[in-house]
Ligand binder design. Structure first.
Ligand SMILES: [Zn+2]
Length: 295
């Protein structure tokens, strides 16, 4: 059997139906995110699943600069999870754990996070970002997202996600608008995909997996495309963070330390602003802090 592709995303359509799909595998890109997160394996799996999901969903954005961020913030043992992917196929993410996970085989997400919702921010790369609130239901990230798609005006969408320490994989099916000539297609193809196991998702090359699930369908596959870890943090953006602190706060930090050092939580890059750099931030006439530069 062929080896499974690494850090690739593959689109496909099911001919004769308005159903399209994507398969994604995150490997080195996933491990870059994982390495910054010291948590139990279960918390890492949740991050991996969230990253696979946002990477798939970001492909439906219209503009290359667009990005999707999934964030869960709570009071539970895992108190923060952030997964972000861009339309141009880069991703970053982190998860933070501060206590022991609830006992039991597969505790529910709201107990793991001590939160009741996921915030999904869709930034199309122009105009105001759109925020969606997803109830944090079920035991896996896919359960909660399923609920979101059933209760929002998004296209009917199904996701199958799996992750372990080495890899994070996702499969997405989406039904495009329009009359179904084959009225049973969406149910039939969703049910076929429902038979997939985590083990198959994690191990099988895309073609083998898709053939195993949909061999009775007329599948058209496109060329797969590479994915990469990319943080996107920059001196400019960190400068905006310092400006948001305000001049008084920034100066009081500088009284205690010779510089303001901010370490990016996503990539560990250290951004250093000394007194001169900091003064320049507040003296310049650049726009208000928080307005990130768009590319
Ligand atoms: Zn960074």
């Amino acid at each position: 059997m062929a080896e499974r592709e690494h850090d690739q995303i593959l689109r496909f359509v099911i001919e004769g139906t308005p159903i399209r799909g994507q398969w994604v595998a995150l490997d080195a890109s996933w491990r870059r995110c994982r390495d910054k997160s010291e948590t139990d394996p279960r918390a890492l799996e949740l991050l991996g699943e969230a990253l696979a999901a946002v990477t798939l969903l970001a492909q439906s954005l219209k503009i290359d600069g667009g990005r999707i961020t999934l964030q869960i913030r709570g009071q539970g043992p895992v108190h923060l999870l952030v997964a972000q992917a861009t339309r141009d196929r880069s991703l970053r993410g982190l998860v933070r754990q501060s206590g022991s996970l609830p006992e039991g085989e597969s505790p529910e997400l709201d107990r793991i996070f001590g939160a009741d919702r996921i915030v999904i921010t869709i930034d199309q790369g122009q105009g105001e970002p759109h925020q969606g609130i997803v109830p944090l239901v079920g035991r896996r990230i896919g359960d909660a997202l399923q609920h979101y798609f059933e209760h929002s005006e998004q296209l009917p969408t199904r996701l199958w996600l799996a992750a372990d320490a080495e890899t994070a994989v996702g499969l997405l099916l989406q039904r495009l608008p329009g009359e179904l000539e084959d009225s049973d297609a969406w149910n039939r193809i969703s049910q076929l995909a429902d038979t997939v196991t985590d083990e198959e998702l994690l191990a099988l090359p895309s073609r083998t997996l898709l053939h195993r699930l949909f061999h009775e369908e007329d599948l058209r596959l496109f060329e797969s495309e590479p994915l990469r870890f990319s943080c996107g943090c920059s001196r400019e953006r960190i400068g905006a963070v310092i400006r948001a602190l305000g001049r008084a706060e920034a100066e009081s930090i500088l009284e205690e330390q010779d510089s303001i050092r901010i370490t990016c939580e996503f990539c560990n890059a250290q951004h250093v602003f000394d007194a001169v750099d900091t003064a320049a931030l507040f003296d310049s006439d650049t726009p208000t802090p928080g307005n990130e530069t768009r590319h």
